[in-house]
Structures are given as C-alpha cells and as structure tokens.
Design a protein around this ligand. Structure first.
Ligand code: FAD
Ligand code: SIN
Length: 395
C-alpha cells in the first residue's frame, strides 16, 4: 500500500519486516498503532532466505549450559556471557511459540527433528526442511497481516532518523521518528513515540554475499548519523559454503548439509578439514571458511567442493529439497557429484550497540535483530543463533 499524506503519526514505527520486525509488530500492536515498513517486499529479507534452522535446547540429552559453552567458544572469547545466557535460555519457549503460530518444523516419530551445524556439540536446531526462514516468516506474517492496529508499508525506504538534536534542541537527544521515501518518490515525515530499527545486516557491501538486496546496512548508518554507538563492525562472518558458479549465483549451501554428513574436498577429492581442526567439517564457521580460503590459495584453485553424496539420495531429496532443486536448475546434481563452493560474506556479528531489549544510546530508538550488536556473537556467530536472537530481542 502507498500513503499520500506527507506527514504521518504513529505510536511505534518499525523499520524492517524480517523475523525481528514482524515479531515486534505483533507484540506492540496491543499497545498502540504500529507502522511496519520495508524497502521492498516481505520476501526480501535474510529471514525469508534462512535455511538451516533456529537453535534451542529441545532435547533431554542437551542443556542450556552446553549451548552457552558452544556460543562462547564460537565467539572466540569476545561474547558477552550475560547476554549469551539471557538469549540462549529462551530457545525452547521461542520454538514452542513458533509452533503454536503455525511454523511447520520437521518432526520424526512425533518429536522435533533436530539437525546439527558447525560448532554445536549436540543436535539442537529446529528446522523446516532447508527453508526454515520461509516457514517462520509465513507464521509471523499470519499474526501481522490481519491486525487492525498494524499498517504495513512495502517499498518504503527509511532514509534518516528524526532526532530532537537535529531539530535544534540541545538537551537529551531523543528519536522522534524517521523520513521515509515512498514508491512515488516522495519523502514522508513519520512521527513516532518509539522507533525500532530491524533493518538486518550489511552483506551487500560485499560483492560476494549470501544476503538479499535489502541487506545494505541502512539502519546502522542512520543510527550512527543520529549519534548511536556501534560495535564489532569488523566481525563479518563468512559462510564457508556458498555456491561457486560462473553465472554469479551465491546461493547458500546450508551448514546443515555438513551437520548431516557432507564433506569438504579439493578437486582431487581429498578431505582437508581435519588438517585444520579435530572437529573437521563441523568446526565453527570462521575456522572452516579460513581453511577453504587457505586451500584455495595454496592450491591456486577457484573453489573447493562440498560432497553431499554420503547422505544418500533419499535424505538429500527429503531434507534438502530446495537446495537440490535450485542446483538442478543450474545444471548441478548434488546427489551425483560434489558441488563447487567458496566462502562469502554472510552475517554481521556487530551492529548498533543495544541491550537484549533493543535499547540504544538514544531515547525512543531501539535496534533489534541482526542490525543490533548485543555481544551475543562475539567475533563469530554460532550457526542458527541469529533467528533466536532476533526473536528474543523482539519479544
Ligand atoms: P532481515 O530478515 O534481514 O530483515 C531486514 C528488513 O529490513 C527487511 O524487511 C528490509 O526490507 C528492511 N530494511 C532494510 N533497510 C531498510 C530501509 N532503509 N528502509 C526500510 N526497510 C529496510 N540465521 C539462523 O539463525 N539460521 C539460519 O538457518 C540462517 N540461514 C541464513 C541463510 C541465508 C541465505 C542468510 C542470508 C542468512 C541466514 N541466517 C540464518 C541469518 C538470519 O537469517 C538473519 O540474521 C536474520 O534473519 C535477520 O533478521 P532481521 O529481522 O534482523 O533482518
Ligand atoms: C545455514 O543454513 O548454513 C545458515 C545458518 C546460519 O547462518 O545460522
């Protein structure tokens, strides 16, 4: 929908409609009018593209303590342990709520089917085949679309925040809303009691990235210009296994493939990950990405290969049906041959400095999800902790 008035008012302005923005909208709607904007469509978000799943302790063989430990190890000593504990302990209830609102996670024998990814010492990742983000987005959207208190504005790009200091007031700086460019090319002034940045990451500043177009770091730039501090922006996570393809496709090949038994090999078919880490292909992602990069440079190769054949055709076609189908469209059959892969920019571990509730340095301004830097991830995010962080922060 497009709006014509150039000055609008709302109680809560939420910029971004991935997991963080969608859950925040449904939580805030009972308390006032919500305006939910995104710069393209509801499908153009990292959330929509998430493959592997969402981490949470859902099995009796696992424990919160173990999830905390794995997160701290992956973060290379730079996580904020209090934040790790505050987020990880909500995994089970978030997954249960997602199920209640209709997320069709995979099940086996009545229980959740939990998959595994690098750096996790247990199977603890709930997933919907290899398209978990779509399943979660659809469930969250179903809570937002019929709501009378939520106005949804697609193709509305936030261009800057309005703050009291910018308007000439010298006392405490406060966020008063944002300027938004509508599809007709007009700039709307939206006044809001509270503004929530849920604008995702910044992968698109790299040429090779798994991220969608929306991920250009807009929220971080706006918050910085308004006077917020930012943190850990140097910690860009590279996903080890993005497709290497002549036509430039950077599609992700989920880490869950390695969790279920896929290997990394060079062009001679030699498995090399155990030269780098005793966990082999299931070492934390920064170690695996660096190992692939090192082998490529050492061997003068354009890529390494992910061999999923050990999983067997039936498991590939069942669990990884979307990846399998997309590769077939590109002429690659992962049930029959190793697939060429390279690391690509995937996730921003830092962001706008915020606490677990999204509070920033500026009154009236919140940052939630990937755009926020809480300290959960330290120098390197543990796989599948991101969707969890988005939803805990938005709660
Ligand atoms: P996003 O989902 O990225 O949403 C950002 C929103 O902000 C979009 O709606 C966009 O339009 C909007 N926006 C941006 N700038 C503006 C602007 N200027 N004006 C208006 N709107 C704006 N994590 C996991 O935990 N598990 C996984 O399995 C997983 N798989 C992934 C697979 C891929 C391919 C990718 C790219 C990421 C994956 N991640 C995964 C990471 C995770 O998906 C993201 O960190 C998470 O979804 C971010 O959610 P978000 O709500 O913060 O932002
Ligand atoms: C993947 O499925 O490999 C992505 C998981 C993540 O980024 O957490």
């Amino acid at each position: 929908m497009s709006v014509s008035a150039k000055q609008l008012k709302t109680d809560f302005l939420i910029i971004g409609s991935g997991a963080a923005g969608l859950l925040a909208a449904s939580r805030l709607a009972p308390h006032g009018r919500v305006m939910l904007v995104n710069k393209d469509t509801f499908q153009d978000s990292s959330t929509w593209y998430a493959q592997g799943g969402i981490a949470g302790v859902s099995s009796g063989k696992d424990s919160i303590e173990s999830h905390v430990r794995d997160t701290l190890v992956a973060g290379a000593g730079l996580c904020h342990e209090d934040v790790v504990r505050a987020i990880v302990c909500h995994g089970t209830e978030i997954i249960e709520e997602l199920i209640e609102i209709g997320t069709m996670f995979d099940r086996k024998g009545g229980a959740l089917h939990l998959t595994r990814e690098g750096g996790h010492s247990s199977r603890r990742i709930a997933h919907a085949k290899d398209a978990t983000g779509q399943a979660i987005s659809k469930a969250l959207l179903s809570q937002v679309t019929p709501h009378a208190n939520i106005q949804r504005l697609e193709q509305h790009a936030a261009i800057d925040l309005i703050t009291s200091r910018r308007l000439g007031h010298t006392d405490n700086n406060r966020c008063l809303g944002a300027y938004i460019l509508n599809p007709d090319g007009n700039v709307l002034t939206i006044a809001a009691k509270q503004t929530i940045l849920a604008t995702g990451g910044a992968g698109k500043v790299y040429l090779y990235t798994s991220n969608p177009h929306a991920a250009s770091g807009d929220g971080i730039a706006m918050a910085w210009r308004a006077g917020c501090s930012v943190m850990n922006l140097e910690f860009i996570q590279f996903h080890p296994t993005c497709l290497f393809h002549q036509q430039g496709s950077n599609m992700l090949l989920s880490e869950a493939l390695r969790g279920e038994g896929a290997y990394l090999v060079d062009h001679h078919g030699r498995r090399f990950m155990f030269d780098y880490d005793e966990q082999g292909e299931l070492a934390p992602r920064d170690i695996v990405a660096r190992a692939i990069d090192h082998e490529m440079k050492k061997q003068g190769a354009d890529c390494m290969y992910l061999d999923a054949r050990p999983l067997g055709k039936a498991a590939i076609v069942d669990h990884f049906r979307n990846i399998h189908a997309r590769l077939l469209e590109l002429g690659l059959d992962m049930t029959a041959e190793p697939v060429p892969v390279v690391p690509a920019a995937h996730y921003l571990c830092g962001g706008i400095r915020a606490n677990v509730h999204g509070r920033t340095d500026i009154a009236g301004l919140y940052a939630i999800g990937e755009t926020a830097g809480t300290g959960l991830h330290g120098a390197n995010r543990l796989a599948s902790n991101s969707l969890l962080e988005c939803l805990v922060m938005a709660d």
